[in-house]
Ligand binder design. Structure first.
Ligand code: C2E
Ligand code: MG
Ligand code: MG
Ligand code: MG
Length: 284
């Protein structure tokens, strides 16, 4: 009986693994179909001028409009795409969809940021493909910016440095995303041609105008650094008026976060210049 019990345990374990593997397989093939059926859509979150609330641009953030499961957030399916090699295809799909709606989204002078997985920078022809796509959609290079995380910079510094230069030459700006959470080396800022630095929200969440905390010092240092490098700064994840005040006092001009707007889908029909994004679509 003891032996059998042992074997049973192994079988139960096997079954659980098996079920997990099946679920993953199902998710993988679902995801492929989702791309073909355009179920992956960009939602947009405004990037605002902190002093006035004016929208200067947007960040495109992918959502999966799953026919059965409803709207899924990136955390639920990006790991699958990462695991099965469809991450680049996903990013191109999101970019393409963004370009298709761009004329309805942007007012003159505004831009939209898209997130690119570090994988792109291993593939040849990135810049050509991007420029061709922009041209095909009659979108100016200044209207689209690429966000990459620090991880990308670690992988192939020489190649990525070259790609960033090509992008800058073509007029496409690059933003370093989630700054401060990765393997931030200050030398990166100096070494790579990047236009914007996005301060990760982990440094923003305990900012206060009333007291000088550790995050205050970090954010002040990042702002000084970016000023020296002549980089633009965007603070991520601003949720409270206190955080906005603290950032303004530190001299940070741009930000995004729930305080201003949550990511939201573009409405199917344009109701007018205001309210082009569906109000409060996420989480409230
Ligand atoms: P990210 O690029 O750093 O995007 C910011 C994330 O913070 C978004 O989460 C956004 O919804 C969330 N956020 C914005 N304001 C606030 C706030 O005030 N409070 C809090 N708590 N969160 C806020 P989301 O949309 O779930 O995306 C998560 C991550 O998934 C993104 O982080 C990005 O790394 C990745 N991602 C999203 N879309 C794409 C895509 O099309 N391609 C790739 N490669 N990655 C993407
Ligand atoms: Mg981003
Ligand atoms: Mg970020
Ligand atoms: Mg992030």
């Amino acid at each position: 009986r003891a032996k059998a019990g042992g074997r049973d345990r192994v079988e139960v374990f096997d079954e659980a693994l098996h079920a997990q593997a099946l679920q993953l397989l199902e998710m993988e093939s679902d995801l492929r179909r989702a791309m073909e059926r355009a179920e992956l859509v960009p939602w947009f979150q405004p990037i605002v001028r902190l002093s006035t609330g004016e929208t200067v641009g947007y960040e495109a953030l992918v959502r999966w409009q799953h026919p059965q499961r409803g709207v899924l957030s990136p955390a639920e399916f990006l790991p699958v795409a990462e695991g099965n090699g469809s991450m680049e295809a996903l990013d191109w799909a999101v970019l393409t969809r963004t370009l298709e709606v761009l004329s309805r989204l942007l007012m003159p002078g505004q831009y939209v940021n898209v997130n690119f997985s570090p994988r792109h920078f291993r593939s040849p022809g990135l810049v050509e493909r991007l420029m061709d796509l922009l041209k095909a959609h009659q979108v100016l290079p200044s209207q689209v910016r690429i966000e990459v995380t620090e991880g990308a910079l670690l992988e192939n510094a020489e190649k990525i440095g070259h790609v960033f230069c090509q992008l800058a030459d073509q007029g496409v700006m690059v933003a370093l995303d989630d700054f401060g959470t990765g393997y931030s080396s200050l030398s990166y800022l100096h070494r790579f041609r990047m236009h914007t630095l996005k301060i990760d929200r982990s440094f923003i969440c305990d900012l206060s105008p009333h007291e000088e905390g550790r995050s205050t010092a970090v954010v002040r240092a990042i702002l000084a650094l970016s000023q020296a490098q002549r980089m633009e700064v965007v603070a991520e994840g601003i949720e409270t008026e206190d955080q906005r005040q603290a950032l303004l006092a530190l001299g940070c001009e741009l930000g995004q976060g729930y305080l201003f707007a949550r990511p939201a889908p573009l409405l199917a029909r344009e109701p007018g210049l205001d309210g082009r994004l569906q109000e409060c679509a996420e989480g409230c």
